[in-house]
Design a binder for this molecule. Structure first.
Ligand SMILES: NC(=O)c1ccc[n+]([C@@H]2O[C@H](COP(=O)([O-])OP(=O)(O)OC[C@H]3O[C@@H](n4cnc5c(N)ncnc54)[C@H](OP(=O)(O)O)[C@@H]3O)[C@@H](O)[C@H]2O)c1
Length: 286
């Protein structure tokens, strides 16, 4: 397993990150019931296999099935502390008191007294959202207070976007990490030939950088099905390797809910022959 220093946190974490959305969300990407005994057993085995194979970065959120994903993580990872694991969770945008309540609940479900990374669980941030989050007695002030008290080690935020709100949050100096959507079909965060993009901005701010949706949350696969219905080639390997090839991405998140998927993705992560030269791919024509 490859390990990297996670931006200004200084922590060493595995480059492959265990994405927890698929564990907790009902019918996410395909038919699935997080409440069934069969699903829980499968997720527990996936988490145990991840630990055995050296994955140390785990990402979950209360929003993944109203706490279902966090509870499953707590069941298996509850007794495991850093540096063996780096546990990240989230809280949907809220106010000062809301995030404190949310962390109290997360800690219970995760069965720990400290969270390594608390992220604002975001998608798109308007200018007004950013003002509210960063303003006096706002959500970030409460996150900073919990960081000082030792309930949280680091703070960050996630975003699917590439707008001014994202840049303002990254440049605010208040965060240790950012989780961005970056993959083969969402390449806007990284254009090395100019260069520009939010991955460069995150790096400039020395943020730990996690990339969500490495296998594109099924979007690329659905597109292929539409244009080539008989195509049975497995594109997932190349899609995941694409994100691993980006030198600015610290942690590559892939959603996993079975031990077989974990083994497969560890093998992909360790296969250096699949890494490509992204600058060459983005190169101009002559
Ligand atoms: N706003 C936010 O904060 C946000 C938003 C989205 C995601 N995230 C984070 O990023 C993580 C990853 O995103 P995601 O789970 O939405 O999407 P994803 O990782 O792109 O897709 C997950 C699906 O990909 C399949 N998969 C994974 N590896 C595979 C492989 N090697 N071959 C074939 N299929 C493979 C799995 O299918 P099977 O189920 O069949 O195994 C899984 O259901 C999330 O779990 C979450 O931690 C955060």
């Amino acid at each position: 397993m490859e390990y990297v220093t996670f931006g200004k946190t200084g922590c060493r974490v595995s480059r492959l990150g265990f994405g927890g959305a698929v564990a907790g969300l009902k019918n996410y990407l395909h038919s699935y019931d997080p409440g069934s005994e069969e699903s829980k057993k499968s997720v527990y085995q996936a988490l145990e296999t991840a630990l055995e194979l050296g994955i140390t970065y785990f990402d979950t959120a209360p929003g993944y099935g109203e706490g279902a994903s966090e509870s499953m993580f707590g069941e298996v990872l509850g007794g495991t502390a850093p540096p063996k694991i780096f546990l990240a969770t989230k809280c949907s945008p809220t106010g000062y008191d809301g995030v404190i309540r949310s962390v109290e609940e997360s800690l219970k479900r995760l069965r720990r007294d400290r969270i390594d990374l608390l992220q604002i669980h975001g998608s798109s941030y308007t200018d007004e959202n950013v003002r509210d989050l960063l303003g006096p007695h706002g959500m970030v002030e409460a996150m900073e207070k919990m960081k000082k008290e030792g309930l949280i080690r680091f703070i960050g935020f996630s975003s699917e976007d590439n707008n001014r709100g994202l840049y303002d949050l990254m440049n605010s100096g208040r965060f240790d990490e950012v989780q961005l959507c970056y993959n083969f079909i969402f390449q806007h965060p990284y254009e090395p030939s100019r260069p520009f993009g939010s991955l460069y901005e995150a790096e400039k701010n020395q943020l730990g950088i996690a990339a969500m949706r490495a296998p594109t949350s099924g979007t690329f696969q659905r597109w292929i099905k539409m244009i080539r219905p008989d195509d049975t080639f497995d594109y997932n390997r190349a899609l995941i390797q694409f994100v691993f090839s980006n030198p600015l991405v610290d942690v590559v998140l892939a959603g996993m809910r079975s031990a077989a998927r974990v083994r497969q993705n560890v093998e992909i992560a360790e296969d250096m022959s699949g890494r490509i030269d992204l600058e060459a791919v983005h190169g101009r024509y002559v």
